[in-house]
Structures are given as structure tokens and as C-alpha cells.
Design a binder for this molecule. Structure first.
Ligand SMILES: CSC[C@H]1O[C@H](OP(=O)(O)O)[C@H](O)[C@@H]1O
Length: 353
């Protein structure tokens, strides 16, 4: 069975699934340029650390395909850097867009220095590298799924089937497809190892109840929705074996920024002796920062807390605090960090050579 797709791209035509309309309707909307992408990412019509970077890159590829080649490669580099720097400002916590931008600008610089490459060839090479982000992420997620499932099955070898709790949405609606934490869950399900997935609602945007539950029901993966406040009771009542979450930015020491509520799940997992895993591609790891203190935490609009759609559900005039993310210290990530290159203890992370 095919998994859901949040991003469709064919020869410069980009469409995204408008996730603000899920689960009621599956509606794809066109993205013609980086301005459209910036707005869609900011409004969270598309969200999820890898998906944000992919949509940003594909929106630039779509624009460049329609543009005549600039006069010089220097002008191409300037244009590409300007557009990517703009896309990075759409949401500050996930590092994926920043790292994708740095890689693309580095390629542009290398092409400019290569006298055997003309400006048209350089533009084509940049477009191809931007378009490759979709397939690359899909491959990463399949590898994350296999590495994660294998590691967790080894740790729970005495059990026929296991119970997993997950937070937010880390599946096909947060990536190019298959997912990170939800990719591991898909791989455990494929291996007939999964008894039940407990997915938290993930207030206030409800990625869990609206998106993760949608993916799990769509693929008939056994799952139960719980409120965020039920996590401790669920760990105790259902003897959950592991918590698996995604990441928006992992620091060099393994401290991890992820959806708000992740930190408290890690504390609860520790106190219930439940394994705690982070699943993330290397494109979510920021080796330029030593620990989680440097990770910018996005503050989202208070209306996400005080309203459900247009319906007010909180007292008018109440002050709100709505950070989109929190940071889980590396020492609480007891199972390890599951990546496409394998599963690492937080202190084993090292930049690719
Ligand atoms: C594949 S990890 C996705 C990551 O992004 C989510 O945040 P948001 O929905 O605000 O983009 C959440 O932190 C997930 O773990």
C-alpha cells in the first residue's frame, strides 16, 4: 500500500497537500515560487523539518526552470543565495533548510570556480541538486526505518510484539515520504513486531490527532490516540516499550529540539524505564552548535491555542505562551539517535567526512 504524499513535484510543477485542511479534506495547492513556499511553510500548510526544506528547495527549482540563465555565474550564485536565505527565515527552529541552503550555495560557488562550466550548465546543475532533495530524503527515511526497527527489535527480543508511543507527526506528511519516527513504526509494523502505537494529540496544532492518526488509520496500523496529558498514565497502564519522536534540530552533543511536549515525554520515559529514541536524518543535525542552548525556539501565534479554527476555546484576554518546540537533553535520549547511517548514542554523533 502506498503511503501518503505531502509533496508532488514533476518537471518544475510543485504542489503540496494543504495540511491545515486535514483530516477533513485532502487538497493539493500549487507552489509557483519561493514566496508561495515561504507563506505555505509559515502558515504550516506544509510542516515537518525535512518537508520544509524540500518544499523550499523545490520552489526555487521551479522558479529557476522558468528563468532565463543570468548573464554570469556570479549573478546566478547571488540570486540562489538571496532566495535560499529568504526561505530560511520562514521557520527558525528546524535546521534542514539552512543546511540545504549552505550545500546549494557551496555547489554554486564550486561551479563558478570551474571555468569549464558555463552559466547555463551551472543553472541546470543547481536545479538538479535542488530537485534531488526529494528522492534523497525518501531514501534516508527508508534507511532510518530499517536501522531503527532493527535496533528496537534487538532491545525487545524477548517480546513477541511491542507498544510504541510517538508525538507530533513525523511521517509522510512531514517528509518526502515514509517518515522518520513514523518510518521506524512503519518498519516495525512491516516486521509484524507492532502491537500498538499510542499517538499523542500534540496540542495546540494537533499534528498527532489530525496528521499521525490520519496516516496510521490510512495504512491500518494498530493505533490509539491519547491526549498529551495522558502520556504518563499510558506508559504505566499499557507498559509502553519505547517512545520514538522526530527532531527539528539535533545539536552536536545530541541535545534535540522537537515539538513542544517532547522534553516532558523524555522525563516521563526515564521515570517509567521506557526507552526514548529520536529518529532524524543527518540533514537535521547541526554540528555547528555544541549543544541545545543555541537552538532558536519558534514562538507561534497565540490563536493556535485560543481557537480551534474560527471557534474561540480560551477566555478572551488571557495571556498565552506558545513555543513550538522544546529541547530534550542528550542524557534523556536513552535508546539513541536513529539516522540513515545507523543508530548512535548522542555522544557518538560526528559530522560526515
Ligand atoms: C520528520 S520530523 C518533523 C518534526 O517537525 C514537527 O514540527 P512542525 O509540525 O511544527 O513542523 C515536529 O517537531 C516533528 O518532530
Amino acid at each position: 500500500m502506498a503511503t501518503l504524499q505531502a509533496i508532488k513535484y514533476n518537471d518544475g510543477q510543485l504542489e503540496i497537500l494543504d495540511q491545515l485542511l486535514l483530516p477533513e479534506s485532502c487538497t493539493f495547492i500549487p507552489i509557483f515560487n519561493v514566496e508561495d513556499a515561504w507563506a505555505a511553510i509559515r502558515e504550516m500548510k506544509v510542516r515537518g523539518a525535512p518537508a520544509i526544506a524540500i518544499v523550499g528547495c523545490l520552489s526555487l527549482a521551479a522558479e529557476l526552470r522558468k528563468l532565463a540563465a543570468p548573464d554570469t555565474k556570479e549573478e546566478l550564485c547571488r540570486l540562489v543565495k538571496e532566495k535560499l536565505d529568504y526561505l530560511v527565515t520562514s521557520r527558525p527552529t528546524a535546521v534542514n533548510t539552512q543546511l540545504a541552503a549552505e550545500a546549494c550555495v557551496k555547489l554554486c560557488t564550486q561551479l563558478t570556480a570551474n571555468a569549464s562550466v558555463d552559466v547555463a550548465e551551472a543553472k541546470d546543475a543547481v536545479v538538479k541538486s535542488l530537485e534531488a532533495t526529494l528522492a534523497d530524503d525518501m531514501a534516508d527515511n527508508l534507511a532510518i526505518g530499517e536501522h531503527g526497527a532493527s535496533a528496537i527489535m534487538k532491545k525487545t527480543a524477548t517480546k513477541d510484539k511491542i507498544r510504541i508511543l510517538t508525538h507530533c507527526n513525523t511521517g509522510s506528511l512531514a517528509t518526502a515520504g515514509y517518515g522518520t519516527a513514523l518510518g521506524v513504526i512503519r518498519s516495525l509494523h512491516k516486521a509484524s513486531k507492532l502491537d500498538q502505537v499510542y499517538c499523542t494529540e500534540t496540542r495546540p496544532y494537533n499534528q498527532g490527532s489530525r496528521l499521525t492518526a490520519f496516516e496510521l488509520v490510512y495504512e491500518k496500523i494498530p493505533a490509539t490516540l491519547v491526549c498529551d496529558s495522558m502520556a504518563a498514565a499510558a506508559m504505566k497502564q499499557f507498559k509502553i516499550d519505547a517512545v520514538i519522536v522526530g527532531a527539528d534540530r539535533v545539536a552536536a552533543n545530541g541535545d534535540t529540539a522537537n515539538k513542544i511536549g517532547t522534553y516532558q515525554l523524555a522525563v516521563l520515559a526515564k521515570s517509567h524505564d521506557v526507552l526514548f529514541y529520536v529518529a532524524a536524518p543527518f540533514s537535521s543535525i547541526d554540528f555547528q552548535i555544541p549543544n541545545g542552548q543555541s537552538i532558536p525556539i519558534e514562538e507561534r501565534p497565540h490563536s493556535e491555542m485560543t481557537h480551534t479554527g474560527s471557534i474561540r476555546t480560551a477566555a478572551a484576554g488571557i495571556n498565552c505562551w506558545n513555543p513550538g518546540f522544546d529541547v530534550t537533553p542528550a542524557e534523556l535520549i536513552t535508546g539513541g539517535i536513529i539516522t540513515e547511517k545507523g543508530v548512535f548514542k548522542p555522544d557518538q554523533l560526528a559530522p560526515p567526512q
